[in-house]
Write a protein that binds this ligand. Structure first.
Ligand code: 4GT
Length: 225
């Protein structure tokens, strides 16, 4: 998969060059391009924002630099996403279907009060939110989207960190997990995990998933995935 990120602050994306994602990029498992929207401004001072028609506080990103930036990377098989609090809230099943269905993602990050509605009408296939709260820009949401999608790209995760066993995969939260030592500060690892009976362990894991979900996210229980 190829991902183009359109932003006024490409330096913010240093964060995804670290850790597992950084290694996956180095290995060429997916491609990430950062495009500075300001580079496309035809205004003599490279201006990218302006006052909002009809009044109101703050500034809006002007359509020309953003439209030209999108058009510079868009092809027939691109899917163009605008990170926005108005978007549909991202879920793990949405992430999975995006990872499976799109070869080329263009992610637009807004700043200030956002972008001109005409760019949304002309270019944006879908608006996506990472949750019901407001941020100063779309960069952190874009990083969240890239991170979640990257985990579904083959060989990005180590085989010991699979996506099949984790929270949300079956609509339930993950069971509690333990590593060595067997006893820590007087608390022991549940016996069932140490007895080597795989059938019993699988049964315990499923029971625990239901218990964890009822306890922490009862809203997920009646919800279809
Ligand atoms: C929240 C989200 C988001 C913002 C979210 C345009 C200018 C939007 C600032 C930007 N806040 N973007 N994608 N919940 N703020 O996903």
């Amino acid at each position: 998969m190829k991902i183009d990120i359109l932003t006024l602050f490409p330096e913010m994306f240093g964060a995804i060059k670290e850790s597992i994602l950084g290694k996956a990029l180095d290995k060429g498992l997916f491609e990430l391009n950062l495009i500075n929207i300001r580079d496309f401004s035809l205004e003599k001072h490279k201006k990218v924002d302006d006052y909002i028609f009809g009044g109101g506080d703050g500034m809006l990103m002007t359509p020309q630099p953003l439209y030209d930036a999108i058009m510079s990377v868009k092809t027939d098989n691109s899917y163009v996403v605008y990170m926005s609090p108005k978007g549909t809230v991202l879920t793990q099943s949405k992430v999975k279907s995006m990872a499976l269905n799109y070869d080329h993602l263009i992610i637009v990050c807004g700043h200030y009060e956002g972008i001109d509605q005409r760019v949304i009408d002309l270019c944006i296939d879908e608006q996506i939110s990472i949750g019901d709260y407001v941020l100063t820009g779309g960069e952190l949401p874009a990083m969240v989207l890239v991170d979640t999608i990257a985990r579904f790209i083959p060989n990005v995760l180590h085989s010991e960190t699979s996506t099949s066993d984790e929270s949300f995969e079956d609509g339930l939260l993950e069971y509690p997990q333990y590593t060595r030592p067997r006893e820590f500060m007087g608390l022991s690892v549940p016996d069932v995990l140490l007895n080597g009976n795989h059938k019993e362990i699988e049964k315990w894991k499923l029971e625990q998933k239901v218990i964890e979900t009822k306890k922490y996210r009862p809203d997920l229980i009646d919800k279809e995935n």
